[in-house]
Write a protein that binds this ligand. Structure first.
Ligand SMILES: *Cc1c(COP(=O)(O)O)cnc(C)c1O
Length: 494
């Protein structure tokens, strides 16, 4: 990689800003111990103009792909547009400059917002209570599983150690289960992409804490026997954990609580339009049914004194009776609460439902355009996403990875690759509702072109990408040994 460093623009004496006159007596520097006073000549700072700096960093910011730059159909990640009004509200001084240690009496507006967000998430999921504490989807899973475990222990039932997880699940599901000290039992899927009911029936028993299920699952398919699944697990005394990271096909249409789910996490940074993927911290609130409500992490935001016609209610913090304790410092990612709240206010109940409908429509539109040219292992109407195979028997050298790399040449972010594990050479495509028909048409056209290239000139795919700043990286090292500053690059990145 040959991108210039900011040092390359440096010229002695050039400056980007005019320093203000110091407002402390200069003589006081003399009082500092010698070892602490630095000689500016030895600091090796770049001497650059403001314009140099702006151009340099604007250029760097455009090297990476982002949702603001182009289509980003990364399945299971719901890379929808992050509306700018969310940023405006999050920057309102009353929100941005409040402090988590502030007396709640002086932060009533913030608490009111958190309370309302809890209420809306309750309504959307069909749950009795919600915590906003967890900082990510996986953190929400961990919180939920700890509550499930605490629920059984509280009933004096210590024999339950197993969490059942279908083999289509996101990798965080078995990871959070293992972290909580419980044991993962993997369940097979049937030929239509549902949980294999017979295998579930066999696995259910007095040693089961519960089932973790993603619905629609990671194939983008709605579980066709969800009522039977819930009945079987509840029948053996287990609980149902819903992985609600992707609620983009459900919001306003179906409520997991109504289906009998006991606990579910939401990803505000997917369904509710807050930024992610380097753009901001996550937020993974968790909703629970009545029987888990007492186990929620503390503190929760509550109305501690009712209001009336003249006075608003008084908000404060409460501790559920059998709380599993605190899951995060302070009150969660408050800036993300403001953004998600804004998103819900802007769209309203009907708008949120319409977003789900359009997300499903967009995914099915793309599916219909692509399924002739790519193999579709589970040929059903999809929800918010679908999974194709990125491989053809008559183009054996080309793999899903090559297709993804080639998409980058066309300015499109690749779909999710090689997940879910039950589809070989998986290409998992999620367009979201924020994309126009024109963008979908253009993507479909590019995908069809690539399918043709795979058969006629596979070498173009094998050597892609051709137009990006770097070609094929060692992806593991690139992620594990991030280069985040302007030091000279390590050898592997050059
Ligand atoms: C993204 C995702 C998660 C994990 O969410 P994080 O915020 O990345 O921890 C869990 N399950 C599914 C299905 C997801 O798509």
């Amino acid at each position: 990689m040959t991108e210039p460093l900011i040092y390359d623009y440096s010229s002695p004496g050039r400056a980007g800003i005019t320093m203000p006159q110091p407002d402390v007596p200069l003589a006081s520097f003399a009082d500092l111990p010698n070892g602490l006073v630095r000689d500016p000549q030895t600091l090796d700072l770049p001497e650059v103009s403001q314009l140099d700096v702006v151009r340099h960093f604007t250029h760097l910011s455009a090297l990476n792909h982002s949702i603001d730059k182009g289509f980003y159909p990364l399945g299971s990640c719901t890379m929808k547009y992050n509306p700018r009004i969310n940023e405006e509200t999050a920057r309102l001084p009353g929100f941005a400059f409040s402090h988590p240690m502030q007396d709640p009496l002086t932060a009533q507006g913030n608490l009111a917002l958190m309370y309302q967000l809890q209420e809306w998430l309750k309504e959307i999921g069909g749950f009795a209570a919600v915590t906003l504490q967890p900082a990510a989807g996986a953190h929400g899973e961990f919180t939920g599983i700890l509550m499930m475990r605490a629920y059984h222990l509280d009933r004096g039932d210590a024999a339950r150690k197993k969490i059942l997880i279908p083999n289509s699940a996101h990798g965080t599901n078995p990871a959070s289960t293992t972290m909580s000290g419980l044991e993962v039992v993997e369940l097979p899927s049937d030929s239509r992409g549902n949980i294999d009911l017979e295998a579930l029936r066999q696995a259910c028993g007095p040693d089961v804490v519960g089932l973790m299920i993603t619905n629609p699952n990671t194939l983008g398919l709605f579980e066709e026997h969800i009522e039977d699944v819930v009945k079987l697990v509840h029948g053996c005394g287990g609980l149902i954990y819903g992985d609600g990271a992707n609620m983009n096909a459900m919001v306003g249409i179906a409520r997991p609580g109504d289906l009998g789910f006991d606990v579910l996490h939401y990803n505000l940074h997917k369904t509710f339009s807050t930024p992610h993927g380097g753009g901001g911290p996550g937020s993974g609130p968790v909703g629970v049914s009545e029987r888990l409500a007492d186990f929620l992490p503390a503190p929760l935001v509550a109305i501690v004194e009712d209001g009336d016609d003249d006075e608003p209610p008084l908000y404060g913090f409460i501790t559920p009776k059998k709380t599993i304790g605190r899951m995060k410092a302070f009150h969660g990612q408050f800036g993300m609460h403001v953004r998600a709240y804004t998103y819900m206010r802007v769209h309203g109940a009907e708008g949120l439902r319409e977003n789900s409908e359009v997300a499903v429509l967009n995914a099915n539109y793309l599916l219909a355009k692509l399924k002739g040219a790519y193999y579709l292992p589970y040929d059903r109407v999809c929800k918010h996403e679908f999974v194709l195979e990125g491989h053809w028997a008559d183009a054996p050298d080309v793999h899903a990875l090559d297709i993804s790399k080639r998409l980058m040449d066309y300015g499109i972010h690749p779909p999710t690759n090689y997940f879910p594990l039950i589809v070989k050479e998986a290409l998992m495509i999620e367009p979201t509702e924020t994309e126009s028909k024109e963008t979908l048409d253009q993507f479909a056209e590019v995908m069809l072109t690539i399918a043709k290239e795979a058969h006629e000139s596979p070498q173009v795919l094998k050597t892609a990408p051709h137009v990006t700043p770097v070609a094929r990286l060692d992806e593991v090292r690139a992620a594990k040994e991030l280069v985040l500053c302007c030091r000279p690059l390590p050898e592997w990145a050059e």
